[in-house]
Design a protein around this ligand. Sequence first.
Ligand code: PAF
Length: 280
Amino acid sequence: MIETITELDVLRARVSEWKQQGLRVGFVPTMGNLHAGHYSLVMLARQYADRVVSSVFVNPTQFGPSEDFTRYPRTPEADMGGLEGAGCDVLWLPTVESMYPFGVELAAKVHVPGVSSVLEGAYRPGHFDGVCTVVSRLFNQVQPDVAAFGKKDFQQLAVIRQMVTDLAFPVQLLPGSIVREPDGLAMSSRNQYLSAEERPRAAEIRKTLLAMREGLVAGTPRAEVEAAATQRLSGVGFVVDYTVVRRPDLSEPLDGEVGPRVALVAAKLGRTRLIDNLEW
Ligand code: PAF
């Protein structure tokens, strides 16, 4: 049976009990409205840990003023059932007051320079400060040995990796593969905002990423590949924020340079902003 914990003292007691028994603790932070992508992270954490804690906390500090904090889907009952089915031992449900005891305005913030400022960071100013601020608190609360993060949020993982190294968190990060719908759309809590008419068109993002890889591998210049991707998505009604090919650390590759690459896309379909990526 999954145990739901809402008090920090109780969480700390449970985790220290496990640690005294020599058990390894895994952690999967989430904002709820869970889907197969989240459950795959719980299963991944289970492979590296004896006990798994998952948190559900819709973190106000990572949403911009015009973003979807208030309408972000909240489905606590379904989340609890799904987490239990995936093998989660504890559901940690902090309140906003316990997460930010001095209030959001006076909260100590964690800022990771460089990798936080490009792409998502440029389109969503302050977003990664909010993510790092809450993830560092969650790490201190749960004190996990390992923590799983999905690769759909490729840049988030890069930012958290830098934070973990820089602030010497004793946590091993586990990157989880992207879980997709049968038509290739990456699973996301925001997919449910798509209308019935928009939903099939959303699959074009994955096709565009595959075409970007094909173009690059065939030797097409990066700028041409990126421009063609923007054109393709705009052609089916997306408003594109970016379609780029980067090195895995998100820096820009030089023309003719070989090495591992990631294509990243962020685009809006109606009111829904979607992100996805493809590594090769
Ligand atoms: O990826 C998410 O769901 C959130 O950014 C996270 C890591 C749970 C922090 O609120």
